[in-house]
Design a protein around this ligand. Structure first.
Ligand code: GAR
Length: 210
């Protein structure tokens, strides 16, 4: 079975969604490693409880982003990783990491990319008066939050929404679309080409698949 590694920095609710998708037979792969840059990430405990191997590579122990990234690559290669899932992994990766895994490296970002790359996405959507917000799963390339989208999910922004209330609505969709996109990859239906993301030979538009 294909081997998935999940990189986290915090709570790990998307990671948990992957664990549940595997357990339910919706994802024909094994999660062989959960790796965190943050030794205090709550998700590490949740992974261990599910019987999954965990590791910490603390970015504070490395003099440069490149050295940190090289350590991540070594650990993931030792685990014979086929697909790398960034799930709330809050470190910017360099080409050292991205070139090692490009084409089998996915991220989830809590905005309707190309809107709001970076941080505080939900607050920025509210401040801009947007009528909808959402989340994007995308292939990771060297452009920060700029790789080809695979799937997006949308929610309305409601009167009185705060960043937290919006995040709570969006995260439920994150847990659905991220394992779904990973499953397309596992099934061999999803590929990254020079022109963008393809699903079963169909070019995925910039807006993602609704
Ligand atoms: C998720 O909302 C994810 O989309 C976001 O962090 C949260 C992690 O939650 N990712 C980013 O902001 C990436 N820049 P989780 O740890 O419960 O999965």
């Amino acid at each position: 079975r294909p081997r998935i590694a999940i990189l986290i920095s915090g709570r790990g609710s998307n990671m948990q969604a992957f664990i549940e998708a595997c357990a339910a037979g919706h994802l024909a792969a094994d999660i062989t490693l959960v790796l965190s840059n943050n030794p205090d990430a709550a998700g590490l405990q949740r992974a261990a409880e599910a019987g999954i191997a965990t590791a910490v590579i603390n970015h504070r122990d490395y003099a440069s982003r490149e050295e940190f990234d090289a350590a991540l690559v070594r650990q993931l290669e030792e685990a014979a990783t086929d697909l790398v899932i960034l799930a709330g992994f809050m470190r910017i990766l360099t080409s050292v990491f991205i070139s090692a895994f490009q084409g089998r490296l996915l991220n989830i970002h809590p905005s309707l990319l190309p809107k709001y790359p970076g941080l505080n996405t939900h607050q920025r959507a509210i401040d801009a008066g947007d009528s909808e917000a959402g989340v994007t799963v995308h292939f990771v390339t060297e452009e920060l939050d700029g790789g080809p989208p695979i799937i997006q999910a949308r929610v309305p922004v409601e009167a009185g929404d705060t960043a937290d209330s919006l995040a709570q609505r969006v995260i439920l969709l994150e847990h659905k679309i991220y394992p779904l996109a990973a499953n397309w990859f596992i099934q061999g239906r999803l590929t990254l080409t020079e022109e963008g993301a393809y699903l079963d030979g169909e070019n995925i538009p910039e807006t993602g698949i609704p």
